[in-house]
Write a protein that binds this ligand. Structure first.
Ligand SMILES: *[C@@H]1O[C@H](CO)[C@@H](O)[C@H](O)[C@H]1NC(C)=O
Ligand SMILES: *[C@@H]1O[C@H](CO)[C@@H](O)[C@H](O)[C@H]1NC(C)=O
Ligand SMILES: *[C@@H]1O[C@H](CO)[C@@H](O)[C@H](O)[C@H]1NC(C)=O
Length: 320
């Protein structure tokens, strides 16, 4: 009897120890609190009735661009906007087609919000190229930014032909893009392209920037999607995507969410005709010849972007 009780005690001690280990060495606990701040952190607040608090650009109102370049950007990043305005954003007529650039942002964060809003208004008075909506501009709200951008396009730009969503640190070869879009083999409807991730695994490592818990997205792979750095769409797609989006619970990874909507629509993205057109983090700096085949490419800095763009502007280069 005594032996049995002792065994029982040992058994319970082990049980308590195991429970203790499970509770306290839980891998999730060892990661930043930020990730577990609130339930549903990996969802975003969309669809919601966000409204535009700054939206006086003439683009698509008094003009009908062939191509709109939309740049999601942080409200306080005027320096990068100015570089873009001086580089690829300055190319307005390309192969006889009208190209216009607008910047999309949410509400500023910080303790000088009033001042930031005032500065933005001044900047917009000068350039007329800012679109601002009333969601909080943060990394986890990028999907909202994209959806608000689509709302704006569906509302004002249905007569335009194509939109390129492009990140502010990305180099754009406008001429090559317009050439691709004018090509008779490029679809004019149901069209999206970019650097398409066809078989992207869902990252379950909690330390990853793109961590996604399985209770939010249970499948092991995401549907195909063009990478967020730069993707093109024909302008029938924004409305179609918005129409299916209420059926798809929004996650915070904006390009993946777009892929989920495209899958629901049964309109998969298209690979670009050449793999040299959309590049992410190239291992070596690109020479003139490689640059002449690029459409969009991530850069390390706005300085590098400026220098690449100048090289592109120097003209055509023949490659062997
Ligand atoms: C959005 O606005 C519509 C119509 O004004 C309203 O019916 C709906 O409840 C609103 N949704 C949210 C989430 O506020
Ligand atoms: C996203 O925007 C909404 C609306 O402005 C805000 O309530 C929410 O806190 C924002 N989320 C993050 C992570 O900033
Ligand atoms: C676009 O795709 C949808 C869904 O597959 C299809 O019903 C529609 O006919 C397509 N439209 C065009 C113009 O190709």
């Amino acid at each position: 009897m005594g032996k049995r009780r002792r065994l029982k005690n040992i058994f319970f001690s082990i049980l308590v120890l195991v429970a203790f280990l499970v509770l306290y060495l839980n891998p999730y606990k060892t990661f930043p609190k930020l990730m577990w701040r609130e339930p549903g952190y990996y969802y975003v607040a969309y669809p919601r009735n966000y409204t535009f608090i700054m939206d006086q650009t003439p683009t698509c109102r008094t003009t009908t661009p062939f191509l709109i370049l939309m740049v999601p950007i942080a409200p306080n990043d005027q320096a990068t906007r100015d570089i873009i305005r001086k580089t690829w954003g300055s190319e307005k007529i390309v192969l006889d087609q009208l190209v216009e650039t607008v910047f999309v942002m949410g509400l500023p964060v910080g303790n000088d919000i009033e001042q930031q809003l005032k500065k933005l208004k001044l900047e917009n008075d000068q350039h007329h190229d800012l679109i601002q909506s009333n969601f909080l501009d943060s990394y986890h709200n990028l999907t909202i930014k994209t959806m608000v951008m689509l709302e704006w396009l569906a509302q004002y730009c249905t007569k335009a032909s194509f939109v390129l969503k492009i990140d502010s640190d990305t180099l754009l070869h406008v001429h090559n893009l317009v050439m691709l879009l004018l090509d008779p083999s490029t679809a004019k409807k149901n069209y999206s392209t970019g650097l398409v991730w066809w078989h992207s695994s869902v990252l379950r490592d909690t330390s990853s920037k793109y961590y996604m818990p399985s209770y939010v997205f249970p499948e092991p792979k995401y549907p195909p999607y063009p990478l967020g750095m730069a993707y093109v769409m024909s302008l029938d797609l924004p409305r179609k995507i918005l129409d299916v989006s209420p059926q798809i619970k929004p996650i915070y990874i904006e390009d993946v969410y777009l892929g989920m909507c495209l899958k629901q629509l049964g309109i998969p993205p298209t690979d670009p005709p050449e793999h040299t057109m959309f590049l992410i983090k190239p291992l070596h700096p690109l020479n003139r010849c490689s640059l002449s085949k690029v459409i969009a490419m991530t850069t390390d800095s706005t300085l590098q972007m400026h220098s690449y763009w100048k090289t592109i502007r120097q003209g055509l280069h023949y490659c062997h």
